[in-house]
Design a protein around this ligand. Structure first.
Ligand code: SF4
Length: 108
C-alpha cells in the first residue's frame, strides 16, 4: 500500500509543517489510488469522497496555492484547478460590490 493523501500533503511542498485540516481528510480513510487516476480513468469516486469531506475548502485552497500538479484535491481535477487559478488571476484583486478594487491600508 502506498502513502496516504495526508502523507502526500505533508511531503508535497517545501514546508513540512503539518496542517490541522489534514487530520480530518476523508481521503485518508479510502483507497488513495482513487485520487490519482491514470490518464483517461474516471475520477468520479474521488470527487464523491471530496463531496463528503469536512475540509474540502481548506484542501482546495491548499491545492490552488501550491498549484498541485497531480490528483483530485478539494473535489477538483488538475484541469479544473488550473482553470480556477486562471479565473482567480484574471479577476485580480478582490472587488467591492460596485466593482471598485478593495484597497488595503498602505497601498495607493
Ligand atoms: S477534499 Fe478530497 S482530497 Fe481534500 S482532504 Fe478531503 S477527501 Fe481528501
Amino acid at each position: 500500500m502506498g502513502s496516504s493523501m495526508s502523507d502526500h500533503i505533508f511531503t508535497s511542498t517545501e514546508t513540512v509543517t503539518p496542517m490541522a485540516w489534514a487530520d480530518q481528510a476523508l481521503c485518508a480513510q479510502v483507497d488513495q489510488d482513487l485520487f490519482f487516476p491514470e490518464q483517461g480513468e474516471p475520477n468520479t469516486a474521488a470527487k464523491r469522497v471530496c463531496g463528503l469531506c469536512p475540509v474540502t475548502t481548506e484542501c482546495l485552497a491548499y491545492a490552488l496555492a501550491h498549484r498541485e500538479p497531480h490528483g483530485v484535491w478539494g473535489g477538483l481535477s488538475v484541469k479544473q484547478r488550473e482553470a480556477l487559478n486562471r479565473e482567480i488571476a484574471r479577476q485580480g484583486a478582490p472587488r467591492r460590490g460596485d466593482g471598485s478594487p478593495v484597497r488595503r491600508r498602505g497601498t495607493a
